[in-house]
Design a protein around this ligand. Structure first.
Ligand code: GLY
Length: 361
């Protein structure tokens, strides 16, 4: 098969390869390398061991907890100690295998070990493929907040092996699809058309439509980060990397007030409906585009309503979000399909009415 990779044209360009069996390309990145450390989620230990047997290098397998518990200072320290014990040098390579938490951690370990060693990312969820693996954000959490410590560090390459998605629960595939559909709304409406034509196929691991959608979403993110890797402040209609935060202002607040019991994509789905309500009430988008948010997200089995907590709680959580600049609230909103702007400090009654509309569905 021809892989047709997506180029990420940042200062240190790299490619994202997407397809069933893409992890078979890993040995090409590791030719002549003496030592490799595979930092992997515990849940994909079998896959990590399989990859290790195919490599012509001394491999250290470093298992980390599944999900956010991977991103702690203690786990980071354990990884550094494992590298020290393996005698890991500047010419050795770190491979990150797992969901976005494992790859965020592995990228940060690669960025900091001996001030930076080569890194290859193998994301194993749709969410990690279309979001965490592209754009160089790495980091860990502190007790006081998520991603408070981190840096930008780009991989040598990203291998999105769609075969691994077959073992994911349906809800996890749908959660990743929320970020794919976000890319449709903010930049590439063909994603929405393609998804609406075959939603079941889109949620079937390694299907042709799923590959197409993931590839298009990766291409959207690649273009955005190539233009604004470090997320400079956007202003009005000139929206840089902040564009990727569509649906995330309320989405992050829902994750927080729900004690991270919601999947990321589920919270972002509700957050996108909220942003669409806000844009509609501000006269920026029409009825049809507002309705399309609800219909396409519902087709993916994602939530489009929310009334879990009082508005005041969400409002406080949003103003404390680390992405708020100062304590002023900023929303990425659409002014049409694939057209966006930043709405800073919208009127409180507009926010409250948009939130109330989420309860109604
Ligand atoms: N997840 C949003 C970004 O990478 O900027």
């Amino acid at each position: 098969m021809t892989w047709d990779p997506v180029d990420v044209a940042t200062q240190q360009p790299y490619q994202v390869v997407i397809g069933a069996g893409a992890s078979r390309l890993l040995p090409e990145f590791l030719e002549g390398v003496a030592r490799v450390a595979i930092i992997h989620s515990a849940g994909v230990a079998g896959r990590a061991a399989e990859l290790a047997t195919g490599l012509d290098a001394a491999v250290t397998l470093i298992a980390v907890p599944d999900g956010e518990p991977a991103k702690t200072p203690q786990v980071l320290l354990d990884c550094w100690n494992a590298l020290a014990a393996a005698g890991f040098t500047r010419s050795d390579v770190i491979v990150g295998l797992g969901g976005g938490s494992a790859t965020d951690l592995a990228g940060f370990v690669a960025a900091t070990w001996l001030r930076g060693v080569r890194y290859v990312s193998l994301p194993t969820t749709v969410l990690a493929m279309v979001d965490a693996a592209v754009g160089g954000k790495t980091g860990i959490n502190l007790g006081s907040g998520k991603n408070l410590v981190g840096g930008f560090y780009e991989p040598d390459g990203v291998l999105c092996d769609l075969d691994v998605l077959a073992s994911l629960p349906a809800a996890e595939l749908a959660s990743g699809m929320a970020e794919v559909l976000k890319c449709g709304f903010i930049a590439d409406p063909e994603i929405l058309d393609d998804f609406e034509d075959d939603p079941a196929g889109a949620l079937t691991a390694a299907s042709p439509v799923q590959r197409r959608l993931i590839r298009r979403a990766v291409a959207v993110k690649a273009k955005v980060v190539a233009a604004d890797l470090r997320e400079k402040t956007s202003d009005g209609e000139s929206v840089g990397r902040e564009l990727l935060n569509y649906g995330h202002t309320l989405g992050h607040a829902i994750e927080k007030v729900e004690d991270f019991g919601w999947r990321h994509g589920e919270a972002i789905s509700v957050g996108m409906v909220f942003a669409a309500e806000l844009a509609h009430r501000s006269g920026l988008i029409d009825d049809a585009l507002l309705a399309r948010h609800r219909s396409v997200l519902a087709l993916a089995g994602l939530p489009t309503t929310y009334a879990g907590r009082p508005w005041a709680e969400l409002r406080t959580a949003m103003s404390l979000d680390k992405k708020a600049r100062g304590h002023s609230l900023r929303f990425v909103v659409l002014t049409g399909l694939a057209k966006a702007r930043v709405l800073a400090e919208p009127a409180e009654d507009l926010l409250e009415a948009s939130y109330a509309a989420l309860a109604e569905g």
